[in-house]
Write a protein that binds this ligand. Structure first.
Ligand code: A3P
Length: 429
């Protein structure tokens, strides 16, 4: 039974569960979601549903909603209940996709409907870079003989590899300073970094440096924000920023865990240009686990078509990201002496953290410290740039090594992906 309502939406019998919504044709699902969202918005604003139309911009529904951040803050909780999964702020803002924030109930319903039924890709890819745009640019090589910073270590990892967990484990060691993601290596100077990250829709990549400065400076967050702004205004070079951080951590070894380091092989070469004898911890994870997490977390709304790999199908985009980032790391490490690289499988890290971290500490030339096995002790309760799910756990969870097997990605992996996986010691179908 269906009939037309005042809002112009076709009214059908209401579905109550996500499974029921999923069973509907796309247009009916959008209509159902629109109805539910109308009710939610009416309740939040304290008005009757009939006063709201699905196409009215949020900014016209409430004065405070001229600020999209307020729309997200008001609606994300009820939306989360409706769709039975987190509704991430980056899905709402859509920053790297030039679409602007979601503006109306209808746009929201269309988005939620699409994300409920992400289709399997129709084919595999052959070349991960085909169809991708490269927008980040490459820093010029430094002149031979330029002075280098004292040694540091870098965590290399593809997306959703458990790198934030490894970071907080390392951060517990008194001999290391391993703060939130810095995203410095791909750039030469701070002004261009700021301009590019703002223009392309990655302002969040600037948060980690601010958070690191705040943690190192007892004066607190506001002063750290100002300090970060000064680094941009003064167009400070990236090696100077690293030097500044190294100056503030005393004898501790700086460990930089920033996923952007593997976006391009030239970024990894920069580590060699900027630091004396840097070390590399290469964290790997089964491609299916990383792909499943990437899509479940809707990272296709956090990252866009700027890093040379792209596909409008989220499953394929996730696979290409995994394959390209790991390819870059493997190729780069091929030119690095064995004593300066350590490969670590996520699966070992979570199922045998003691033995794995003993190996890692030995590699970093620091004594093993039991603290690294308790990453959640004394952990900051405020979000630090990295895995949004980190604080959803209370300890190292070994079950996540194989959890993806219950819900594997729907695609047949491409031969390119399989080759990389096999090089990393993973079994793939
Ligand atoms: P999911 O939460 O989607 O499963 P990264 O930090 O490289 O982005 O990786 C994030 C992934 O690390 C998480 O993805 C999760 O699988 C894993 N992870 C995070 N915290 C963990 C914990 N406490 N124990 C085990 N694995 C964890």
């Amino acid at each position: 039974m269906s009939n037309q309502t005042a809002s112009g939406l076709v009214q059908t019998e209401r579905c109550t569960t996500v499974e029921e919504l999923l069973s509907l044709p796309d247009d009916v699902r959008v209509a159902q979601l629109s109805h539910r969202l109308l009710s939610i918005v009416a309740e939040v604003l304290g008005v009757v549903e009939q006063e709201i139309l699905p196409d009215t911009p949020f900014s016209q529904l409430h004065a405070a909603w001229a600020d999209p951040g307020q729309v997200y803050a008001s609606l994300s909780g009820p939306i989360q209940e409706l769709i039975a999964r987190p509704f991430h702020s980056y899905e709402f803002w859509r920053l790297p996709h030039r679409a602007g924030p979601i503006r109306s109930i209808r746009q929201l319903a269309e988005h939620l409907s699409r994300e409920m039924a992400i289709p399997a890709p129709e084919s595999t890819y052959t070349d991960p870079y085909q169809g991708g745009t490269w927008s980040w640019g490459l820093p010029a090589p430094r002149p031979n003989g330029a002075s280098k910073n004292r040694p540091a270590a870098f965590v290399l990892a593809g997306p959703r590899s458990g790198s934030t967990l490894l970071r907080v484990m390392l951060a517990r060691h008194p001999g290391l300073s391993c703060g939130p993601e810095l995203h410095l290596l791909p750039f030469e100077r701070m002004a261009r970094r700021h301009r590019l990250l703002t223009r392309l829709g990655y302002p969040w990549m600037e948060w980690g440096l601010e958070q690191t400065l705040a943690a190192l400076a007892p004066q607190g967050a506001e002063q750290a924000k100002q300090r970060a702004a000064q680094l941009v205004q003064g167009d400070v070079s990236i090696e100077e920023v690293y030097r500044l951080l190294q100056g503030q951590i005393g004898d501790r070894l700086l460990v930089d865990k920033s996923p952007s380091s593997t976006f391009h092989p030239a970024y990894l070469t920069r580590a060699e240009d900027l630091f004396e004898e840097p070390k590399y911890l290469y964290l790997t994870r089964h491609p299916c686990a990383s792909i499943e997490s990437f899509v479940r977390m809707r990272f296709h709304w956090l990252l866009g078509d700027h890093f040379g790999v792209w596909n409008p199908n989220p499953w394929l985009f996730a696979e290409k990201c995994w394959a390209a980032n790991n390819r870059h790391a493997i190729d780069f490490l091929g030119s690095i002496p064995p004593q300066r690289q350590q490969w670590v499988q996520y699966e070992d890290l979570v199922t045998d953290p003691r033995a794995t971290m003993q190996r890692v500490c030995g590699f970093l030339s620091i004594p093993f410290d039991d603290a690294v096995l308790h990453p959640y002790q004394g952990i900051s309760a405020t979000f630090e740039l990295g895995d949004p799910n980190l604080l959803a756990h209370a300890g190292i969870d070994p079950a996540l090594a194989t959890a993806w097997e219950k819900n594997p990605p729907p695609q047949r992996l491409s031969p390119f992906t399989k080759d990389v996986a096999v090089e990393l010691g993973y079994t793939v179908d």
